[in-house]
Design a protein. Structure first.
Length: 403
């Protein structure tokens, strides 16, 4: 369980180091402006966000196109991916004034660097559309225009040529076995049957794992349409992940999913199932692979469940500890729209999912449009929760106020 234990140790260590790392990390490019009318508009929206009693939400940083996040093991820098060509770094050591945000590795040509993740030794992995790069000592090197890096998976080797046009936001985690896990969405709403053999061979519509140098790559879990969030339960080492399911089947079907993989080689049912136990039209008459694993949680159809994290902190009340916080980006093709929320799923003592509830909402306007769209969630060393939003380009912070 090295990966998850490593995160817990890193969170504790970072809290102890906070005083020793005061002072903003210098920005190489002048930084991203943090004030002004945009910040005021976002704060006005946040004033209407509904949370359980005792919690508050605030603007943490303006980060262009903010997608998935990775908190450095030293607690000094937050790295934020995007659907564009840039990764941003956020100084976590500032104690007063505006927080510094800058473009990380501006001399590196990224392509949809959606998914950053950290190893306990401080190596930052950035999962792109068709490449994975590793940056050693990323927090210490964060201000350099071209920090030292290496290709873990070379450009063009993550997915076959011509198969990266859709569902190409990759996410990653270091597992309890110390290996790198990467979710790779397949590019179709429902793939044609002629593509299945290729996808099964290359790990599209799957979660793959590999050594941290890219070696010994293998498919860990298959039958996945488009996972854009994964994390390991620190209690038992099992892999949990979100999955966005089939569109154009109706407003209320099929459900989105939170899934649990308890061993390598499990199949989660896609494309024979479009979500939950709902069969797809395209594969309705085809035999289903044996032993399909059904979701732990069926989420609202088309709510677009993305990033997720197990909450390890002890500063929040007991009901929130050890459970899963997940971000819903919000639907684009159902009426009425749904999502743009942060959800919470409790975990039972036996390791299975308990109840799921809305934790933070209010970004969806009365007319169904969105004032913000949550993407990912991440825990800071002090136990507060960060929420990224790519629609407005911001990261929020949720805190427990009753000490």
């Amino acid at each position: 369980m090295a990966g998850r234990i490593g995160r817990a140790v890193a969170l504790a260590a970072a809290m102890a180091m906070a005083g020793a790392t005061s002072g903003a990390v210098a920005a190489a490019d002048g930084g991203v402006p943090q004030g002004g009318a945009k910040a005021d508009q976002i704060r006005a929206v946040l004033a209407g966000i509904r949370l359980p009693e005792g919690f508050r939400i605030s603007l943490f940083a303006l980060v262009p196109g903010a997608r998935h996040m990775a908190v450095g093991p030293q607690g000094k820098v937050l790295f934020v991916g995007s659907r564009g060509s840039g990764v941003h770094a956020v100084d976590l050591t500032a104690t007063n004034g505006e927080r510094r945000v800058w473009r990380f590795a501006p001399d590196v040509a990224f392509s949809v660097p959606n998914g950053p993740c950290f190893a306990p030794d401080g190596t930052l992995y950035v999962a792109e559309v068709n490449r994975i790069r590793a940056f050693a000592n990323a927090e210490s090197e964060a201000a350099r225009p071209a920090p030292p890096s290496r290709e873990v998976v070379a450009e063009g080797d993550l997915a076959p040529a011509g198969e990266t046009g859709g569902h190409n936001a990759r996410v990653c985690r270091i597992g309890p076995d110390g290996r790198l896990y990467v979710a790779i969405g397949q590019p179709h709403n429902v793939p044609p049957k002629a593509k299945l053999a290729l996808y099964a061979e290359r790990g599209l519509g799957a979660i793959v794992r590999m050594d941290r140098d890219g070696g010994h790559r293998e498919i860990y879990a298959s039958g996945i349409r488009n996972s854009v969030g994964l994390d390991f339960n620190p209690a038992d080492g099992t892999l949990w992940f979100t999955d966005n399911q089939v569109d154009l089947m109706g407003n209320t079907i099929p459900p989105g999913e939170i899934d649990r993989a308890t061993a390598a080689g499990q199949n989660f049912g896609f494309p024979w199932y479009g979500g939950g136990a709902v069969r797809t039209r395209e594969y309705a008459d085809d035999p289903v692979p044996p032993g399909v694993v059904f979701p732990q949680v069926e989420m609202d159809a088309h709510a677009a469940d993305l990033g997720m994290v197990f909450y390890l902190g002890t500063t929040w009340p007991a009901p929130w500890r050890g459970g899963i916080f997940s971000a819903q980006h919000g639907s684009w093709n159902r009426q009425p729209s749904i999502g743009a929320r942060v959800m919470f799923t409790s975990v039972k003592p036996d390791g299975t999912a308990g109840a799921t509830m809305v934790f933070a909402e209010g970004w969806r306007r009365a007319d169904g449009s969105y004032a913000g769209r949550p993407v990912d969630v991440a825990e800071l060393p002090d136990g507060s929760l960060l929420v990224s939003d790519d629609a407005v380009g911001a990261v929020y912070r949720i805190e427990w106020t009753q000490k």
